[in-house]
Design a protein. Structure first.
Length: 157
């Protein structure tokens, strides 16, 4: 099943404040062919129900010329179809810059020596590293554009 929409969402609106006009230019869904129970939460995802979504965000200039496309695939299981990520051996992210020269970079995350879920570890590290900046921020509501992102430092520097 595939859906294309130009509706806005809060994350796209937040991005638009920093980049220009951003819309959801595409949305695709995938269903799981077999039932699965997610080990971390116990959530039951029955066969034939949505188990993946791929969002495409497009940012344009004031003249309406597209200059950035971000495709974000989120699934509860791998192997949802030929155009979806099939295995953990495939990269988690692909960055493509179309130009002269063209650039393509693939990034993957793998469990460390602890065996913990690497995505959960990355999300936790980002949240923990935001704490000092949030503590120092003025009271009130803020978006990710209002609070500087955490930066990494080399050990001992």
């Amino acid at each position: 099943m595939s859906l294309t929409t130009r509706q806005r969402c809060s994350c796209a609106s937040t991005s638009a404040r920093g980049l220009g006009e951003t819309i959801i230019s595409g949305k695709e869904y995938a269903v799981t062919p077999v039932g699965v129970v997610l080990p971390a939460s116990g959530l039951d995802v029955p066969a034939g129900t949505v188990a993946g979504v791929r969002w495409t965000f497009t940012s344009t200039t004031d003249a309406g010329v597209p200059f950035l496309h971000v495709v974000n695939e989120q699934t509860v299981v791998l192997g949802l179809g030929a155009v979806w990520r099939m295995s953990h051996e495939e990269p988690s992210w692909t960055v493509e810059i179309h130009g002269d020269p063209a650039i393509r970079c693939q990034l993957a995350i793998h469990p460390g020596s602890s065996g913990a879920d690497p995505a959960a570890g990355l999300n936790a590290a980002r949240a923990v590293n935001f704490i000092p900046r949030l503590s120092a921020a003025a009271p009130g509501f803020a978006s990710v554009l209002d609070v500087p992102a955490p930066r990494g430092f080399l050990a001992g520097s």
